[in-house]
Design a binder for this molecule. Structure first.
Ligand SMILES: C[S@@+](CC[C@H](N)C(=O)[O-])C[C@H]1O[C@@H](n2cnc3c(N)ncnc32)[C@H](O)[C@@H]1O
Length: 394
């Protein structure tokens, strides 16, 4: 690559002005917009270097920025491709598609690199996690996953083949595309397929452990733009759906997405579920809901492969803040659960305080009976890691 060294310098400049107050993606957009000299290729390469820099988390902090970007790029690249010129012959020859071997080589060069430095909160993780594999997974950019909507399998596969799209199918109805793919360029999103992480799709397997025949009324109480609602509708089909969120703007997005997804009959409202009185203003059926989906606001620590800047800016105090918020929300929400109904509690966090400890709270304090609870480990499949727990009300 002609300008590899220059790109490193530009990345150093971009990173020097970043303080984490915006997502990196938005910050870089503003950075490039402020100086018209960057063409689209420049923007792509400089962004890539900035993302690599954050993927190594708190490791390599002893290196000067330029060196840290180079070593991070080396570790994060399964192929060096055009970046060869940045490295000596010895480094180029030692490069391998195997991440663990690249790490070994870097350590042999006298550069310390430990999993606990990439992700410094390994002690707080759910005990079920392979912490080294999880920490190292941040060095690889995750796939873009699609969930094919019911009845659309043939059509979607035909379109992908026609457009010569490279993809794999980790499970039926799931398409894995290379990182950063723009699926809207070849598919009708939301009607033919939804962009939904593999682990998020697997939440459906946990839901299906409920006695589906008993489920008619469903409330998605932290609906955002409706990803889980569309999943539930596709799995259970004959349901009366109610959605709510604390943000009116996101409910607006949800309505647009539901229209594209062909979901026309549902109720929606805006509610802050930290307010115990919130339900008095919501459309709760007389006997309560048969299923409440609580995809709670969380640290998002299972998804930082997509937003690696979080590794640099997240503070431990946030874990408690989210855990408290989750308890308040779920405590209010279960007041609207019908006897015999189900609660599906979900996070995209790896922290025990947001996962197993919340399950214990829901069981012991809210008196719901656990049906299933699982950590959906995406770190071996370039996917997010999530937690899903299903409960029933006696
Ligand atoms: C993890 S997101 C939900 C994602 C969504 N279920 C999906 O699949 O796309 C959590 C949502 O909880 C909402 N939320 C945060 N605090 C809340 C509160 N106090 N009451 C209700 N919803 C809240 C956020 O606005 C956010 O949209």
């Amino acid at each position: 690559m002609q300008y590899a060294h220059r790109y490193i310098q530009y990345a150093v400049t971009a990173l020097a002005g970043f303080n984490g107050s915006l997502p990196l993606q938005h910050y870089l957009k503003q950075f490039f917009a402020a100086d018209k000299k960057y063409g689209s290729k420049d923007r792509r390469f400089i962004s890539h270097l900035c993302y690599c820099y954050f993927r190594t988390g708190h490791a390599l902090q002893q290196l000067p920025a330029e060196e840290r970007i180079k070593v991070s790029l080396y570790l994060c690249s399964e192929q060096l491709e055009g970046w060869n010129d940045l490295f000596t012959q010895a480094w180029q020859q030692a490069h391998t598609p195997q991440l663990t071997q690249r790490i070994q080589f870097v350590v042999q060069q006298g550069i310390p690199f430990e999993a606990a430095a990439v992700f410094p909160w390994l002690q707080q993780c759910s005990s079920d996690i392979d912490t080294t594999a999880f920490a190292h997974s941040h060095l690889l950019q995750p796939h873009v996953f699609l969930r094919v909507r019911p009845g659309m399998q043939k059509r979607v596969l035909q379109k992908l083949q026609q457009q010569q799209v490279v993809f794999t199918q980790p499970q039926p109805d799931c398409i894995a595309l290379p990182p950063a793919s723009k699926a809207d360029q070849f598919l009708q999103l939301n009607s033919e397929a939804v962009v939904q992480d593999l682990s998020s799709q697997r939440v459906g397997d946990v839901l299906l452990q409920a006695d589906n025949k008993r489920i008619r009324t469903v409330w998605d109480c932290c609906a955002a733009s409706g990803g889980k609602s569309i999943l539930v509708k596709d799995l259970l089909s004959d349901i009366q759906l109610t959605v709510s969120d604390v943000r009116a703007s996101i409910i607006h997005n949800l309505k647009q997405r539901f229209a594209e997804a062909g979901i026309r009959s549902y109720q929606s409202f805006v509610a802050d579920l930290t307010d115990k009185e919130a339900l008095k203003r919501g459309p709760v059926p007389g006997k309560g809901f048969d299923l409440i989906v609580c995809d709670a606001p969380c640290s998002g620590s299972g998804t930082w492969g997509r937003t690696p800047e979080q590794l640099a800016f997240f503070t431990t105090a946030e874990i408690d803040r989210y855990a408290t918020l989750q308890r308040k929300i779920v405590t209010t929400a279960v007041n609207a659960l019908a006897p015999g109904g189900f609660l599906l509690y979900i996070t995209c966090s790896v922290f025990a305080a947001e996962n197993e400890q919340q399950t214990a709270y829901i069981q012991n304090q809210l008196q719901l009976k656990p049906v299933a609870a699982t950590l959906l480990k995406g770190y071996h499949e370039k996917a997010d890691t999530m937690y899903a727990a299903l409960f029933t009300k006696a």
